[in-house]
Write a new protein. Structure first.
Ligand code: GAP
Length: 459
């Protein structure tokens, strides 16, 4: 299958089957803004819950946080974002389109020079749309500004956070004092971040409003390398849990000139999306940069005293930083499977191409579909009672329209692991047929045993 073509199909499926819609569509949409539909919100929530469990609640060295999106603007002066969080913007002198210079170079296979103090060697770069001449690059700050209160003056400027990390750093002392933690420990947060991206691209890959999973893991300065490599392993495990194939993952060591201004070591976890190999997540060693800056700007003591040695120092930080929306996109791309010629045995679907979304069970938005073979009243009644029983434990969908073959294929397309079919025999033998999404194997299961059957399957 041609790669970009497969991506268009994933985007279409996402819209048609209620995962992700273009935002504000009835008003013509808004560039790079998307809304998660009924299945998308389930998928995203499942991913978030799994992340929280794996990275926070199942560990003894992690706690969570949910900080404000709009915080004191001094935070972003201290962190360096107001001064440094920018991308190189170029305009086409002919068609007036705007681009990120580094992306244009990357698209031509040239590794751009990220040193912002020097102009880049552009190797005769032209506008990719019309071939026109490009302006020299100017740095464009990505922070989304707003004003608090009735006056729109410099005193009321505030920013929507560009990363969730800021809220963690400024709560370091609160968490330390209230939770009596000892190094090493981490604070995790899931939440929205905002960036006024110059270019947005590839569906939900790069948007202006997005969600992050972030951890700031505080360590003794001399221990950073050990913790960095431990987090690298955990992030790899997370990628595999998501169903991403090992061969589609690349751990890319970022060179000193290309790292974010606060980082002394960064590894990008890149994924081979259908539109190219791109950054999925990042792991950075932020040193004591942030806590030191916040101490300077706030005048507060953000040091840590070792309870045994009584040594006082500023902790260093390892930061696993992951995009929630990019995770959703990678999960969809990895799960999307087309089966040429079909695999169903029903005559009408024979030889037709079938789509199966092979989502890991834990992430599937709908776990079970209840499908009565006919709409006849007594079958519906039994089916609805099975639906309500199963709904006590799992997210279950009911579908009684169209042929059973079509209904199976609808469920395959949205990644539902199991379909329960209730037929006329079910009224006699109190058994139903359970069909497996991946193997298409069918088991006849007693209605009274369904709960324990699915407990085994989902555990
Ligand atoms: N605190 C570090 C930090 O924010 P980053 O590499 O700028 O680092 C971390 O962002 C992750 O957030 C990225 O790896 C990506 O998954 C996600 N991300 C960043 N910008 C994004 C955007 N405009 N749209 C969607 N996801 C984005």
């Amino acid at each position: 299958m041609e790669q970009s073509n497969s991506f268009d199909k994933i985007v279409n499926l996402a819209k048609q089957r209620g995962f992700i819609y273009p935002s504000s569509e009835i008003y013509g949409g808004l560039s790079a803004a998307y809304d998660y539909g009924p299945l998308g919100v389930e998928l995203k929530n499942n991913i978030k819950q799994a992340w929280w469990k794996m990275f926070v609640t199942s560990r003894a060295d992690m706690v969570g946080l949910d900080s404000a999106i709009i915080m004191n603007p001094k935070i972003w002066e201290a962190s360096g974002h107001v001064e440094n969080f920018s991308d190189p913007l170029v305009d086409c002198k002919s068609c007036h389109k705007r681009f990120r210079e580094d992306h244009l170079l990357e698209n031509k296979g040239i590794q751009p020079e990220y040193d912002k103090t020097k102009p880049r060697d552009r190797k005769g770069l032209k506008c990719p749309d019309c071939g026109g001449e490009l302006t020299p690059a100017r740095q464009f700050n990505l922070m989304l500004k707003t004003f608090l209160g009735p006056l729109e003056d410099s005193a009321s400027v505030a920013y929507l956070r560009p990363e969730t990390a800021g809220g963690i750093f400024v709560n370091f002392k609160n968490v330390l004092d209230s939770m009596r933690l000892r190094l090493p420990f981490g604070i995790a947060q899931i939440g929205k971040a905002f960036r006024n991206e110059i270019t947005t691209e590839n569906f939900i890959f790069r948007t202006r409003e997005f969600e992050q999973f972030e951890i700031e893991y505080f360590v003794k300065p001399e221990d950073w390398e050990q913790h960095f490599s431990e987090w690298q392993k955990v992030m790899k495990q997370w990628c595999l849990f998501l169903g991403l194939a090992q061969d589609d993952l690349v751990e890319h060591e970022i060179g000193p000139k290309d790292r974010a201004f606060y980082s002394k070591r960064t590894i990008d976890f890149e994924y081979k999306f259908p539109f190219g190999q791109k950054e999925l997540f990042g792991l950075a060693y932020r040193t004591d940069y942030d806590l030191t800056q916040h101490q300077k700007f706030s005048g507060q003591d953000l040091s840590y005293t070792d309870p045994i040695t009584k040594e006082k120092f500023t902790p260093h930080v390892i930061e696993p930083s992951l995009g929630v929306d990019r995770t959703v996109l990678a999960v969809l791309c990895a799960a999307y499977t087309e089966i040429e010629g079909g695999r169903s045995t029903t005559t009408e679907s024979n030889k037709e191409k079938e789509v199966v979304l092979r989502l890991p069970y834990a992430l599937a938005p709908i776990k079970i579909a209840v499908l009565p073979l006919s709409k006849k009243e007594h079958l519906s009644e039994l089916s609805r009672s099975i639906l309500m029983e199963l709904k006590k434990k799992w997210v279950v969908m009911y579908d009684e329209t169209a042929s059973i073959g079509k209904r199976y294929r609808r469920q395959d397309e949205i990644g539902t692991p199991y379909c329960v079919t209730i037929d006329f025999e079910s009224l006699e033998d109190h058994k139903v047929t359970v069909r497996d999404r991946d193997t298409m194997q069918q088991d006849r299961v007693a209605i009274d045993d369904l709960e324990s059957y699915f407990n085994t399957k989902f555990n």
